[in-house]
Ligand binder design. Structure first.
Ligand code: IMP
Ligand code: MG
Length: 173
């Protein structure tokens, strides 16, 4: 059985999410912004982030399937659920839980850019740069994390731990 240790406390996560929301609210004031959350991992982050914004936004979700072992992605990615909203001419902010190898974000950035939005930027709660294989520009970043398997605040291990209010990492015992 695995155990979870706290990496970033609930209060630190909440404080950082408020800071990111303030910055996004300033940067997108008066603009037509659509947040696109990546299911399932980003659902907690997106819901806290969105509730701290002081500007109106539209919200949609996209889901990808990535084929590989359960704790890594292989780079073979497919769209499982596309967005429903039209984004032509709009500002888009992709909201993701974690960028690890970078395959998922690289794929989605290209996929969403084909939809002729005005601009696409990336907001990732966590950045795990140690294993990066493809460089992706993270415009809004919550925290940089070490090369550990992260769970909580939306992130899972075999669908467990998404509901933890803090960011933790797995240890085997
Ligand atoms: P990438 O293509 O390797 O950047 O994969 C990113 C995706 O892999 C994220 O959306 C997560 O779903 C998953 N992932 C990567 N690292 C972790 C982790 O430490 N914990 C949980 N999920 C992770
Ligand atoms: Mg994910």
């Amino acid at each position: 059985m695995e155990k979870v240790k706290v990496l970033i406390s609930k209060s630190k996560v909440q404080k950082r999410v408020v800071e990111l929301a303030r910055k996004i609210s300033r940067d997108y004031k008066g603009k037509d912004l659509v947040l696109i959350g990546i299911l399932k991992g980003a659902f907690v982050f997106l819901s806290d982030l969105a509730r701290n914004l002081s500007i109106p936004v539209a919200i949609d979700f996209i889901q990808v399937a990535s084929y590989g072992a359960s704790t890594t992605s292989s780079g073979v990615i497919k769209i499982k659920k596309d967005i429903d909203l039209p984004i032509v001419g709009k500002e888009v902010l992709i909201v993701e839980d974690i960028v690890d190898y970078g395959y998922t974000m690289d794929y989605l950035l290209k996929f969403i850019s084909h939809k002729k939005s005005k601009r696409v930027k990336i907001c990732a709660l966590l950045d795990k740069p140690s294993r990066r294989r493809v460089q992706v520009p993270i415009d809004y970043k919550g925290f940089t994390v070490p090369d550990k398997f992260i769970v909580g605040y939306g992130l899972d291990y075999g669908e467990k731990y998404r509901n933890l209010p803090f960011i933790g990492y797995l240890v085997q015992d």
